[in-house]
Design a protein around this ligand. Structure first.
Ligand code: LHQ
Length: 262
């Protein structure tokens, strides 16, 4: 697939997905969602990719649904439910299911489904120019793209509900204070910090990270007993990995481990 609305490259173990409609603050279209989904699929399948970054070109991360793109190519108004099923639901599920770490590099404003996209990622690194708004309510909609499931799990129910009912735009400092982002970096250092962060993740034991992500997400709806059993099975799998052998050997030999993701 050739990409027109995203940029995609692989660099030193990191798959970079850059939303690329800067004039529209990377507002999401059907085309952009399809391209991002294709790129995520490549990131999942290509073994040399061991961490993924989703970020935005220009001054925005993503302004959410492109409000000019709610018609089919034939000019018909599309069913919103079908639009969500076909685009955002698949995108959010693909990020959460991807068995590798996914970092949102939040360079600027993230609104509506654009904000949900960052919530689906495992880590949010923000520029001090970033902001977040659950913009849905401002146009008479409910949060979508997993916002009702993901945001309360990140910041807690009360804050998630408040942000969703008011649509208030919060800046990076407030996002850090409420635990919505993991780190805030000055805008001029943001590209290099984001790259270093992602490269460090790409050198870690990828399989263990993928499994951690999976079990912690599953544990949200499991009992303690079920989780303990799931841990036993998953740990057995990890114990057969090359990275486990390397990790233990490196510890014994008092040297830095060289993980390969196998
Ligand atoms: C945009 C957009 C945009 C098009 C800025 N579309 N052009 C799912 C299924 C079906 C239905 C609908 O929704 C959904 C899920 C959703 O995501 S709903 C939420 C949709 N998003 C919004 O309602 C956010 C609308 N945008 C804004 O509130 C502001 O633009 C934010 C707060 C994001 C940024 O404000 P500013 O920094 O002041 O920038 P701006 O407003 O001046 O925008 C810059 C340009 O981007 C401007 O174009 P122009 O040609 O005038 O320079 C905007 O029209 C365009 N743009 N968001 N969603």
């Amino acid at each position: 697939m050739t990409y027109e609305q995203i940029l995609f490259e692989t660099k030193e173990g990191v798959g970079w997905i850059r939303l690329n409609r800067p004039d529209k603050l990377n507002a999401l279209t059907h085309g952009l969602s399809g391209e991002a989904l294709d790129a995520l699929d490549r990131c999942a399948k290509e073994p040399e990719i061991r961490a993924v970054v989703i970020t935005g070109e220009g001054r925005g991360f993503s302004a959410g649904q492109d409000l000019n793109d709610l018609q089919s190519p034939e000019g018909q108004t599309v069913s919103v439910a079908d639009h969500l099923r076909e685009n955002y639901n698949r995108l959010i599920q693909a990020i959460v299911d991807l068995p590798k770490p996914v970092v949102a590099g939040v360079n600027g404003v993230a609104a509506g489904a654009g904000a949900s996209l960052t919530f689906a990622c495992d880590v949010r690194i923000a520029s001090d120019k970033a902001s977040f708004t659950q913009a849905f309510v401002k146009i008479g909609l409910v949060p979508d793209s997993g916002g009702n499931w993901l945001l309360p799990r990140i910041v807690g129910f009360a804050k998630a509900l408040e942000l969703s009912m008011t649509g208030e735009k919060i800046d990076a400092a407030e996002a850090l204070r409420i635990g919505l982002v993991n780190q805030v970096v000055p805008a001029d250092e943001f590209p290099s910090e984001l790259e270093s962060y992602a490269q460090a993740l790409a050198k870690m034991p990828t399989r263990a990270i993928g499994a951690t992500k999976r079990i912690m997400t599953d544990a949200l709806h499991l009992t303690l007993g079920e989780t303990l059993e799931r841990e036993a099975v998953l740990q057995q799998e990890q114990a057969g990995s090359e990275d486990f052998r390397e990790g233990v050997n490196a510890f014994m030999e008092k040297r830095e481990p060289r993980f390969t993701g196998r």
